[in-house]
Design a protein. Structure first.
Length: 312
């Protein structure tokens, strides 16, 4: 990837500031390629949680969306967690309010609650376990109880329910517009052009899409799958940033996006990362009582996934 002289200057400045301030930059796979250049770690939600939990840095600059930065704060509350844009949210996380979950819990008093990380800290605090796309099946399988309320993503719920048929799974009606709007028609069109391509899809996609996929995985796992599979061409069904990430990590293969952009993920720019680190804002915090309860739900995920290693 070629960067402009101005971008290179900013990248150098960020690297110097990171050292001076003992800061690390955690970057989600969907971020812009120039932001990858200043990352200490690039990954999916689970890998970024593990890094946030283990870091000794004083400052965590989180390049992703706000629920990810909140999660970093919950996992390592002594650290200063900052994000370039205070309003980089997640449309799916915003769909579920604490009152909706309280209602569901009342309706199903015996059920345990597994909450996808794409949710607010308050929702996590009301849950028995948190999960990510790569740990969802293990968490639902491993959690005690035969009835599970799984929120907020109805598509991920369908996917998990198929893998864990021995449990009754109760869904909420949330979804990610970026993934839910992918259609079979757009996939057929791409297949016409790249007939031999393997299809890799994110489990936030609809069942009708997942049925056509060769692989269903978290964003980071897509990289491992593309490296291992002998195919040369891949259709990538998730947020469009993943296509850039795959091209960078697996340069000898071809990746074609059947994808949409997540505008919240794309709010961060290399300029805003520099400003964020210089001014040390916007600072993310979570109230103490919420942090304590949400941390218990995170720890349940770590217990059921051998500290996040099980999905490597
Ligand atoms: P991953 O944990 O697979 O990276 O997914 C995060 C996300 O927001 C997908 O839309
Ligand atoms: Fe949320 Fe969807 Fe964007 Fe992921 S891609 S952050 S689930 S809106």
């Amino acid at each position: 990837m070629a960067f402009t002289t101005e971008q290179k200057k900013i990248i150098d400045e960020i690297k110097k500031l990171k050292k001076a301030k003992n800061a690390i930059v955690l970057v989600h796979n969907y971020q812009r390629p120039e932001i990858y250049e200043v990352a200490d770690f690039i990954g999916d939600s689970l890998k970024l949680c593990v890094e946030a939990r283990n870091t000794n840095a004083d400052i965590i600059v989180f390049c992703g969306v706000s629920f990810m930065a909140e999660s970093a704060y919950i996992l390592n509350p002594g650290k200063k967690v900052i994000i370039p844009f205070y309003d980089a949210g997640c449309a799916m996380a915003d769909m579920l309010k604490p009152s909706d979950l309280i209602e569901l819990k009342k309706k199903h008093p015996k059920a345990k609650v597994v909450t996808y990380i794409n949710s607010s800290a308050e929702i996590k605090a009301l849950s028995d376990a948190v999960c990510t796309s790569s740990s969802a099946v293990d968490v639902v399988k491993g959690l005690e109880g035969s009835e599970i309320i799984f929120v907020p993503d109805k598509n991920l719920t369908d996917y998990v329910a198929k893998q864990v048929s021995e449990k009754k799974i109760i869904a909420f009606d949330g979804y990610c517009p970026i993934h839910d709007f992918l259609t079979r028609e757009s996939l057929y069109e791409a297949k016409k052009e790249y007939g031999n391509a393997k299809i890799i899809a994110h489990p936030e996609s609809k069942d009708e899409i997942l049925e056509c996929a060769d692989y269903i995985s978290s964003t980071s796992e897509m990289i491992n799958l593309a490296k291992k599979d002998p195919a040369k061409d891949f259709l990538v069904l998730t947020e469009c940033g993943m296509v850039e990430r795959l091209k960078k990590e697996v340069p000898d293969k071809n990746f074609h996006g059947v994808c949409n952009f997540c505008f919240d993920m794309k709010k961060n720019t290399i300029e805003s990362v520099l400003k964020c680190l210089k001014e040390e804002k916007f600072v993310i915090t979570v109230p103490k009582n919420v942090t304590e309860k949400a941390l218990k739900a995170f720890n349940k995920m770590f217990e059921l996934t051998k500290n996040g290693q099980k999905n490597d």
